[in-house]
Design a protein around this ligand. Sequence first.
Ligand code: AMP
Length: 472
Amino acid sequence: MSNTFHSFGLAEPILRAVTELGYRDPTPIQAQAIPVVLQGRDVMGAAQTGTGKTAGFALPILQRLMPHANTSASPARHPVRALILAPTRELADQIHENVRQYAKYTGLRSAVVFGGVDIKPQIAALRQGCEVLIATPGRLLDHMGQKTVSLAQADMLVLDEADRMLDMGFLPDIQRILHALPEQRQNLMFSATFSSDIRRLASSFLNDPQVIEVARRNATAENVEQRVYRVADLEAKRAAVGQLVRERQLAQVIVFTNTKIGAGRLARQLERDGLNAAAIHGDKSQQERLATLDSFKKGEIVVLVATDVAARGLDIAELPAVINYDLPYNAEDYVHRIGRTGRAGASGLALSLMTGEDERHHADIEKLLGRKLDAERLEVPAAARARERVRDRGEPGTERRARPARSSAPSRAREAPPPAVAGHSSDPFFFEPYVPAASSSDVDAPVMAAERAGARRPRRAVAALLGGGKKR
Ligand code: AMP
């Protein structure tokens, strides 16, 4: 394993950017992946967001592209040579931001295309030419259909968060994109989990890949303390969120809900309870979501209520806690959700709320983890519950129209109610569960290892500090 970025033999412009970003030592995934990618080999990487995997593939890709770097203004001199596919706009945007920073002294160009925003500026950007293109599959196919992009020279491919891409039904899109790429190419695939579907996909397009793994499969972070609270009903559940944030003095928390409508509603209620909260889900515009994320990163928002997909891939370091307002439909998402906290060796807290309706999901999670997650009763004071009851009469449910939030609330709390019915919408972005996050104790990047402020250690340890999860 290399201990410094210098030992990889990266070009000076790349090293300069890395140094400027404050990266001192490579993370474990970087130490393993960078030399292999530099050799031109295919990689199948088991790594979650937060492990530093983006630099793990982006730095060696840039290095391999260095011979093509040029200052020509002609777009023809800047064909797409590396394609990075990501499942969501947020992740694509984040990868692009990283690549832009890593490449800033190289003369190599990058661009990003994703759906949900005007396609014209993307066409203009593609026209300029870019050696590295980051894309979500659907929008990339749109561009391919309009012939605004050529992949004829894209002989490096990265499939990031491949498990989520499959969950979101992107397989046919991926296959179409693969057909448009040169046959001779280097393929890198990263996934938080390795289901049989992922293995099948891997064997269909990876060529003798080097397998790189930095966290155990389906393992929940050993440094995340997990507690499951049983509450009487939905009223108690809603009141419990604010109660937990206050009692445990959580500096910042992501609260996961299974539906976008539930996310918006809960955020409004928390706002009315005096907590600075905002929701991030598929009914928000891309701009709104990025702005909310930015406010959260700056600490202006204390509670970020998110659906799984909206939260997927978000690079939020130092998160002291997550709360599962609902237990996820898909047990694997539990692992992904709680991986948002307890990163890089710091301790984290994962609190889950359940009523009778979550019973089945609870059993599924225990099955996946291969161990018990005992639920304890959480008493929610009658007064708090009564408040929820009053609200229930005024606050619209899934089928009624939303009442505007109180005037002092920030505008983000005044969002219109989502138009669809609760639960499933036809756009998977809206309800699909979230993904993973790193949190393995073997990740030791100094920047990521900052101690979390505000996450008070609960009084008693729970037996649920999970070790190895079951392989799927
Ligand atoms: P990723 O898993 O790629 O989303 O990276 C998670 C975070 O770690 C990002 O904010 C990166 O900028 C940061 N990071 C990546 N590599 C390193 C490193 N070697 N040292 C410090 N921070 C890093």
